[in-house]
Ligand binder design. Structure first.
Ligand code: FAD
Length: 466
C-alpha cells in the first residue's frame, strides 16, 4: 500500500485499458507506478471491461483475421468517418502501431478468439479477446501486479498540483479520506465525461437527462475538468461522442453491449408522434449503428421505437429484453404508448411506398426502396404486414465523449498557450478526440488507448528516471 508522503515515479488516474497499458509499459522500464482507480475493485476497469475487440492493421491474413487491412485503407476509413476531423499525424501513429498490438497484448496475458457471428462484420479488421474485455483487463492487472505496479481502488483523483506545466502531486479521495500523492510524472487515463449529466447537459441541454450511459458510472470527467481549468488545451466539441440506439428499458449505467438493438435496418423507426425521421436502410448496419444515438437524441423526449413484423425477427441478434408484441398495429401502438391512428397511418404510408420489385437480401444493399416517401427507406424496404407486430423502445446510449486534452505524439498534454507540459500525459478516451473529432470506427477506442497508453507510460518512465 502506498504511504502518505512517498513519491512515486508515475501516478496514473484511471484503471481501464489506457491506464494499464501505460502502467505496464512504465513498470517494464523500471518505474515505480501507482494506479489510483476511482471505482471499487469489483467495478474496476471502466468502459474497458465491456469491450470485445480492437481494430488493427495487417498486411496478410493472420490466425485471427481474414484478408488484409493495410494502413492506407484504415486511414481512409478514419478520414471518412471523421470527415477529416482528426490530427493526421496522431492518426497515422495510432494506425501504424496498431499492427503490433495483438502480439504485445498476447505477451502480457491477453488471449484472443476468432470473431463470433453478429459482431458487425469485423472478422477482417478486429481481433476479439477470449472472455471479452473483463478477461483482458484481468490479464493486464495480473501482469501489472507481477511487475510491482501498486493499485489503490475507490481512489478518485480530485485535485492536481500543477505549476507552470509541472505536476508535483494529486489530491486523491481514497475510501472517503483525502490524501496527497506525489509523483514525478502523471498520466491522465480517466476516460470521458459521459457519466457526468451536468456536463452532458451543458453540451446537449435538458435532453441529456434522458440519455443512458452504456458503460461505467465513474467516468465523470473530473481529471479532464482539472486539466482544462489548469490551462491545458482541449480537442473536439463537447457534444461529440459515440452514441448508439439502445433498449430504453436498460439501466442508467453499465448496460454494456447487451442492450444494443440491431433491428433498425429491417424496421421503421418512429418517434413519440409515430412519425418516421430518418432513412433506416441508408447503409449496412456496421456503418450506420453509431449515428442512431444522435438521431434519437434530437427527437421529442429522446425516445424512438423500432417497429418490425414477424418476418424480420430472425434477421438480427436477439435482444436482452423481451420484444413487445401485438397481433395488430393498433394493438402494438397501445402496448408501446403511441397513438394507434398515427402509427397506423405511418405504417400504411410506408407499406404503400415499398417497392415490390427485386429480391429482399439483408446481405447486400438490395436497393429495395420506398417511392414517394419522406424520409425514404433506401434498402431492405418490405411492407410491415405479417403479425405478430413487434416494437422496441430505444434511447440514446452514450458510449464515450470526445472532448479531451490535446496531446503530442508522446502523449504529453499540450498547454492552451502552445507550451508542452513537463510531466503530464494523457491516454485513452480522455484524449481520443485528438484522433476522433467526430464519427467512429468499431474497435478504435481501445486502439487509441493502447497506443497512447504505451507511449504515455514510456515517456513518463523516461521523465521520472531522468
Ligand atoms: C458497452 C461498451 C462496449 C465497448 N466496446 C468496445 C470495443 O469492443 N472495442 C473498442 O475499441 N472500444 C469499445 N468501447 C469503447 C472503449 O471502452 C473505450 O474506448 C476504452 O476501453 C476506454 O479505455 P479508457 O482506459 O480510456 O477508459 P475506461 O476503460 O473507461 O477507464 C477509465 C477509468 O478511469 C477511472 N476514473 C474516472 N475518473 C477518475 C478519477 N477522477 N480518478 C481516478 N480514476 C478515475 C474509471 O473508474 C475507469 O476505471 C466500448 C465501450 C462500451 C461502453
Amino acid at each position: 500500500m502506498a504511504n502518505q508522503g512517498e513519491t512515486h515515479d508515475v501516478l496514473i488516474a484511471g484503471g481501464g485499458n489506457a491506464a494499464l497499458c501505460a502502467a505496464i509499459t512504465a513498470a517494464e522500464r523500471g518505474a515505480r507506478v501507482l494506479i489510483a482507480e476511482a471505482a471499487p475493485k469489483g467495478f474496476r476497469a471502466g468502459n474497458s471491461r465491456h469491450t470485445r475487440n480492437l481494430r488493427t492493421a495487417h498486411e496478410a491474413p493472420t490466425r485471427l483475421l481474414s484478408g488484409r487491412y493495410p494502413v492506407a485503407e484504415y486511414l481512409d476509413d478514419l478520414m471518412r468517418v471523421t470527415a477529416g476531423k482528426t490530427d493526421e499525424r496522431l492518426a497515422r501513429i495510432t494506425i501504424e502501431e496498431s499492427a503490433g498490438l495483438a502480439e504485445w497484448m498476447h505477451a502480457r496475458g491477453v488471449r484472443f478468439q476468432p470473431a463470433i457471428s453478429g459482431t458487425l462484420s469485423l472478422e477482417r479488421t478486429n481481433p476479439f479477446f477470449r472472455g471479452g474485455g473483463k478477461a483482458m483487463m484481468n490479464a493486464y492487472y495480473l501482469t501489472a501486479a507481477r511487475l510491482g505496479v501498486e493499485v489503490i481502488y475507490d481512489a478518485e483523483v480530485i485535485g492536481l498540483e500543477i505549476d507552470k506545466g509541472v505536476f508535483s502531486a494529486a489530491q486523491v479521495r481514497h475510501r472517503g479520506f483525502e490524501r496527497r500523492i506525489a509523483a514525478r510524472a502523471f498520466i491522465a487515463a480517466s476516460g470521458g465525461f459521459q457519466a457526468n449529466f451536468d456536463w452532458l447537459e451543458e453540451a446537449w441541454g435538458p435532453a441529456a437527462r434522458n440519455f443512458l450511459i452504456r458503460g461505467t458510472p465513474y467516468a465523470k470527467g473530473t481529471v479532464l475538468r482539472l486539466l482544462l481549468d489548469a490551462g491545458f488545451a482541449s480537442v473536439a466539441e463537447a457534444d461529440q461522442c459515440h452514441a448508439i440506439a439502445i433498449d430504453a428499458r436498460g439501466p442508467r449505467f453499465d448496460g454494456g453491449i447487451a442492450t444494443r438493438i440491431d433491428s433498425v435496418p429491417f424496421s421503421i423507426m418512429v418517434n413519440r408522434e409515430a412519425q418516421r425521421f430518418y432513412d433506416e436502410g441508408e447503409d449496412f448496419w456496421p456503418k450506420r449503428y453509431a449515428i442512431w444515438g444522435r438521431l434519437i437524441a434530437k427527437q421529442p423526449d429522446q425516445i424512438a421505437w423500432s417497429i418490425i413484423d414477424a418476418k424480420a425477427e430472425e434477421l438480427f441478434l436477439p435482444p436482452l429484453y423481451p420484444p413487445i408484441r401485438a397481433q395488430s398495429i393498433a394493438g402494438l401502438a397501445e402496448a408501446l404508448g403511441l397513438d394507434p391512428a398515427a402509427l397506423g397511418a405511418t405504417v400504411d404510408a410506408y407499406n404503400a411506398a415499398c417497392d415490390a420489385e427485386g429480391p429482399f437480401d439483408p446481405g447486400v444493399l438490395d436497393g429495395r426502396r420506398t417511392h414517394g416517401l419522406t424520409p425514404p427507406k433506401t434498402n431492405w424496404a418490405r411492407p410491415i404486414d405479417q403479425p405478430p407486430y413487434i416494437g422496441f423502445p430505444l434511447r440514446p446510449g452514450i458510449t464515450f465523449t470526445y472532448l479531451g486534452v490535446k496531446v503530442d505524439e508522446s502523449a504529453a498534454a499540450q498547454m492552451a498557450d502552445g507550451g508542452r507540459a513537463e510531466n503530464i500525459y494523457a491516454a485513452g478516451e480522455i484524449m481520443a478526440g485528438n484522433v476522433l473529432g467526430q464519427g467512429y470506427l468499431g474497435g478504435l477506442g481501445l486502439t487509441i488507448g493502447s497506443v497512447f497508453g504505451r507511449r504515455a507510460g514510456e515517456a513518463a518512465a523516461r521523465h521520472a528516471r531522468h
